[in-house]
Structures are given as C-alpha cells and as structure tokens.
Design a protein around this ligand. Sequence first.
Ligand code: GDP
Ligand code: FE
Ligand code: FE
Ligand code: FE
Length: 195
Amino acid sequence: VAYNKHYYAGSRQELVAKIAAELSDFRFRHVLGVEKAALELAQNNGVDLELASVAALVHDYAKEKSDQEFLAMIDACQLDPDLKNWSNFIWHGVVGAEIIRQELGIEDEAILNAVRRHTVGAVNMTRLDQIVYVADYIEENRDFPGVKTARAIAKNDLKEAVAFETSHTLAHLIANEKTIYPAAISTYNAWVCGR
Ligand code: GDP
Ligand code: FE
Ligand code: FE
Ligand code: FE
C-alpha cells in the first residue's frame, strides 16, 4: 500500500521502521502478519487500505512499554483511574492509543479506537475495529486450535469472525481461570448472544 499521508505524516516504510525499533523480532513479525490479514479483510469489506494498514501496523506499538510508563500515561491523560487495577493486556490498547498519538503523531480517532478495542472488542465496533480485532487473531503466524476455522469464517463473514473469536477467547480465558475484563463480557453478550 502506498501512503497518501492521510493518517501518518511519513511513508509506510518510515512507520514500519519506528514500529520495528519498539518491538521484539517475534512481535514485529506478528504486526506485519496482522497488516497482511487486515489488508485482505479491508479489500473484502470495503475499508480504505491505507487506514487498515496504519491501524494494523500500530495496534501493538505500546505492547513492550513498561508498567510504569502506562501508569504515568493514565495520570497524564487523565484516563479512567480504574485502569490502574489492570495490566499490560488492557493497557497496551487503551493507554497505548495515547502513546501512539504522542509518539507517532497519529490523531485519527478511527485508528485510535481500533487500537483501543483490539484486545477485548466493544459492543459497537466499526468495520475497521472488526478488521483489526479479527486480523490480530487470524494472522499467518498464529497457531492454535481453531485458527483455521477462524480464517475460513473471516473470508466469508467479518461479523461472524468477530463472534467466533469472542466466544473462543472468552472460553479459553475461563478454562484457564483468568480474570475477565468487564468490557469483554459486554462484547460477548452483544456479539455472541445478541444475534
Ligand atoms: P496480542 O497483543 O497480539 O498478544 O493480542 P491481544 O491484544 O488480543 O491480547 C493480549 C492478551 O490479553 C492475550 O494474552 C489475551 O489472551 C489476553 N486477554 C484478552 N482479554 C482478556 C481478559 O478479559 N482477561 C485477561 N486476563 N486477559 C485477556
Ligand atoms: Fe494486542
Ligand atoms: Fe486479539
Ligand atoms: Fe496483536
């Protein structure tokens, strides 16, 4: 995808270099896989390719920041103080969006919302939100039971893929006795039960 600088002030190559500098090789590969999957989904679902590329490339930009950096950002941006009771899994999206705004100069709210919603989803998700959420789950480097089914569903029906991912992620978290972030339950009720 060639960038027309609608969302990021530089070229795709410049954005990729900034992201590579922030992430381990393993996570950087994941991010490129998410971009590839997101572009396919964008093509199939009538979403702007530059928008999908930028959102996918930045979605885990903050994932390797320290807890202290997230906690400081929650204060600096006056985000909901309840966020402090959680951890990296929720911070890297919700607080990460503010870090992306500050460090990459990306101000587009559609992109920042897709980052905020990429881990636990939301009751209302735009097509871009759905694309980043699903691409994160099905990208080519992912390997877990059910990923092939998820990929097949995503080829045909983006909303159905959101439902499949939401249902299976929640089941996996419960099977492992993980704390469920409340918004993840709202996503489940809306996307899995609300059909
Ligand atoms: P990644 O950043 O590409 O690894 O993927 P995600 O941002 O989608 O998820 C990050 C981590 O958060 C994964 O290990 C998920 O299993 C985990 N996660 C997602 N939702 C919840 C939740 O409600 N509770 C807990 N404890 N973990 C969650
Ligand atoms: Fe993530
Ligand atoms: Fe995910
Ligand atoms: Fe990811």
